[in-house]
Design a protein around this ligand. Structure first.
Ligand SMILES: *Cc1c(COP(=O)(O)O)cnc(C)c1O
Length: 395
């Protein structure tokens, strides 16, 4: 069978071929069952083949797949209303991906200053180690050389400051600053968290200088940290926020959320998309929200998050030669490794447990949000076996 030699060589793929999924489990072509704590990198927020999502998609598939944004799309209005009701936002723009939600956020911020007669404000300040996507603008926003190299001139108007360095951030703000863009909890950067205090100071800095605060909650949003959005832990609100991954539960879409004021420049004709917010995507998005907004669901995420936090701390205690630090909030977790993170990931795979690599030598655990305490303990015991394995081999 074809191994994909015809495809772009952009991915170093793991030789696993999954055929179906059931809840937190993935089943390969030979019937082997893997506990999926990568969850499509925080995408499969409700696991695989969740009955409510499957039903919503099938229902919609029988009726209507796509119409243009030339027309009203009731599922889109409904999801926009529900998202704005549940958040700081007044306005929503639906996209196909996280990077496009960020493109919309960046355009919205620049356009805001433009319609205010302050068109010189175009710069977006971001944080080193950030990940905002792979489009030409979002690789410039992330600022990581490994993603910029060889792709021509870096899109202008983006500058980075070191992680969690408020003085550097203050120094970077000037009359050309349109916005500051951060992930409250960095995913790909290695589950690195900005403190509540730091985020409050950042909000104040933005307010003092007429700068918009943009949050990238593509990975940490939609219940992942045990609040609907991660910034809620800090008691602040952004002006604009990019969301994707978990909101679609596996159906590819994203959304840019903004206050009325921040979105005021986005008038007819200023932005658009062919597929964004189409009926299929919106049917799934509404179904995901049905579950995540259910009474007690976010408490469940926090409770199971604690099971993980305690279990991971115990494993780190037992194998300090493998795990040097446990990070994260809710079900957005990481272990910083003493060994190469890839070694632990391979040993986990031998235990039929899936995680995802991240920067800073971290292994990410991003279990589906409906993972039960029992499933968490199953995963922890597999992780412990993997750590024992790595420890024995290196010792
Ligand atoms: C995944 C991710 C993106 C990019 O999303 P895509 O859907 O891959 O374009 C942007 N920001 C963060 C924080 C992400 O984790």
């Amino acid at each position: 069978m074809s191994k994909g030699a015809s495809l772009y060589g952009t991915y170093n793929r793991i030789p696993l071929r999954f055929e179906r999924g059931e809840g937190v489990w993935l089943v390969d072509e030979d019937g082997n069952r893997y506990l999926d704590f990568a969850a499509g990198i925080a995408v499969n927020s409700l696991g695989h083949a969740h009955p409510h999502l499957v039903e919503a998609l099938k229902d919609q598939a029988d009726k209507l797949w796509h119409v243009s944004n030339l027309y009203e799309i009731p599922g889109q209005s409904r999801l926009g209303d529900r998202l704005t009701e549940a958040t700081f936002a007044d306005r929503a723009f639906f996209t196909n991906s996280g990077a496009e939600a960020l493109e919309c956020a960046i355009k919205t911020a620049r356009r805001y200053h433009y319609v205010n007669g302050d068109g010189a404000r175009v710069d977006i300040i971001t944080i080193e180690g950030a990940f905002h996507g792979r489009t030409l603008a979002t690789i410039a926003a992330g600022g990581q050389e490994k993603y910029l190299e060889g792709f021509g001139p870096k899109a202008p108007g983006f500058k980075q400051v070191p992680f969690a360095d408020l003085d550097a951030m203050k120094e970077a703000v000037d009359e050309q600053t349109a916005a500051i863009l951060v992930e409250p909890l960095q995913g790909e950067g290695g589950i690195r968290e900005l403190s509540v205090e730091w985020l409050k100071n950042l909000r104040a800095l933005c307010d003092d200088h007429g700068v918009l605060l943009l949050l990238d909650e593509v990975q940490c949003g939609v219940g992942r940290t045990g609040r609907l959005f991660a910034h809620e832990w800090a008691g602040i609100t952004p002006d604009i926020m990019a969301v994707a991954k978990g909101i679609g539960g596996g159906f590819p879409f994203g959304v840019c959320l903004a206050t009325e004021e921040a979105a005021k420049g986005m008038t007819p004709g200023t932005h658009g998309t062919t597929y964004g917010g189409n009926p299929l995507a919106m049917s799934v998005g509404n179904a995901v929200l049905d579950v995540i907004l259910e009474e007690g669901f976010l408490q469940h995420v926090r409770d199971v998050g604690l099971v993980f936090a305690q279990g991971l701390a115990a494993i780190a205690d037992q194998y300090p030669d493998v795990i040097e630090e446990v990070r994260g909030t809710g079900l957005m977790l990481g272990v910083r490794c003493k060994c190469p993170n890839i070694d632990l990931l391979v040993a986990m795979r031998d235990q039929q447990l899936l995680g995802a690599p991240a920067g800073d030598n971290v292994v990410r655990l991003l279990p589906p949000l409906m993972t039960t305490a029992e499933e968490a303990r199953e995963g922890l015991s597999r992780l412990e076996a993997a750590a024992a394995d790595v420890s024995a081999r290196s010792g």
